[in-house]
Design a binder for this molecule. Structure first.
Ligand code: GDP
Ligand code: CA
Length: 350
């Protein structure tokens, strides 16, 4: 079975690890080794958000891609929740002395190795998706990661200027998110050059050719929203014969981790599983999804979600560890299986 997942960084990583684990468990002799064998079948493709990407200190950073890479490779820092395990910050301290980069944005030394390699390859003429391919050769991830687009579509945020009454200022998403912790009310999000962007090689094929498409419980605005805004991706999702199943990043009216509520507020969407389901909309009526999986705490919203044409179901959505992530992935896969209609018999039923 070919599964294609749309994902951002933190929620995306936990979910994709769950999908990988659940697929391995479902193999006849499932287990740890099966998870590596999966690499050969390449049964899971992840279309990764590139809206958080940026140039800093002369280097190209792709934070969501690297979160997925490190997490799937098992070299991530599980305590901090981002970056590499066993990280040091000697180079960052030097850069601060030189006044290069952002003093509030620390780059770990191991992480800088990734950014240096990526930037060197880009300077040699590789595309971001070529680079993604090369980075994945180092570790057997068991899934394939593809950036949504090779075009630079870095997200900028329009905010009320903190220094000038009545003024407006545009800043890179990372400045708004990391420096200001999303506390400056956002007026709008803008993805640079997104009208000119095209899906990276393999993205449309992965969606149209999938047996199942999963929308990870990632930030609906700046992770999933950016992927969907790349011209051609929404069309591929509308076209695919695979069921498109979404998982809510909102549980009981709250974001589980992070500050996605600040992004939802900026686009006028309430922080609730029902509102995000409505925002994505039913594919039957021009929206994104066939089915929407919400937490058991949000089960009261199921009839309203069914009312707008979605198949709605509830399951425990909190990914606390590998088992709860795999169980969530399993619930999403089963929902997709139930919706997948076998092609009608050519002669038809008499
Ligand atoms: P980012 O790129 O690092 O911001 O991460 P994503 O866009 O992939 O995901 C951010 C979203 O993941 C947030 O809105 C969280 O609510 C959601 N999230 C994080 N952990 C969980 C979890 O355990 N369960 C669910 N359902 N959502 C989660
Ligand atoms: Ca992100």
């Amino acid at each position: 079975m070919q599964i294609t997942v749309l994902a951002g960084g933190v929620g995306g990583s936990r979910f994709v690890r769950g999908v990988r684990e659940e697929c391995a468990r479902r193999l006849p002799d499932g287990g740890a080794e099966a998870s590596l064998r999966q690499a050969q079948d390449s049964a899971v493709t992840v279309v990764v958000n590139t809206g958080d990407d940026l140039w800093l200190a002369g280097l190209r950073l792709m934070p969501d891609f690297d979160s997925l890479l490190y997490s799937l490779a098992g070299v991530n820092d599980t305590e901090r929740g981002w970056g590499r395990a066993g990280e040091t910050e000697r180079v960052s301290a030097e850069l601060r002395e030189w006044g290069v980069g952002w003093p509030w944005f620390t780059l770990g030394d191991l992480d800088l190795g990734t950014h240096l390699a990526r930037t060197a390859w880009l300077h040699e003429g590789a595309t971001p998706s070529d680079v993604a391919h090369r980075l994945q050769r180092r570790w057997p991830l068991g899934v394939q990661l593809i950036p949504a687009t090779d075009t630079e579509v870095d997200t900028h945020v329009l905010v009320a200027d903190p220094d000038e009454l009545g003024g407006e200022r545009e800043m890179h998403f990372q400045e708004w998110w990391t420096r200001y912790r999303a506390t400056l009310p956002a007026i709008a999000f803008r993805q640079r050059n997104i009208e000119q962007a095209r899906p990276a090689p393999g993205v449309v094929e992965a969606i149209v050719g999938a047996d199942l498409v999963l929308v990870a419980p990632s930030n609906p605005v700046v992770s999933i929203g950016t992927i969907l805004d790349v011209p051609g991706i929404r069309e591929a999702l509308a076209e695919t014969s695979a069921p498109v199943i979404g998982v809510s990043p909102i549980i009981g009216g709250k974001v589980v981790r992070g500050m996605a509520d600040a992004c939802l507020a900026a686009i006028g969407v309430e922080t609730s599983a029902e509102a995000v389901g409505r925002h994505y909309g039913a594919r039957a009526h021009g929206g994104l999804l066939d089915a929407w999986l919400v937490d058991e705490a949000d089960a009261a919203a199921l009839p309203a979600l069914e009312g707008i044409g979605l198949t709605a179901a509830s399951a425990p959505l909190w990914m606390r560890d590998p088992d709860t992530s795999a169980a969530l992935a399993g619930a999403a896969i089963d929902l997709g299986r139930a919706l997948a209609r076998p092609a009608p018999h050519p002669e038809g039923a008499a």
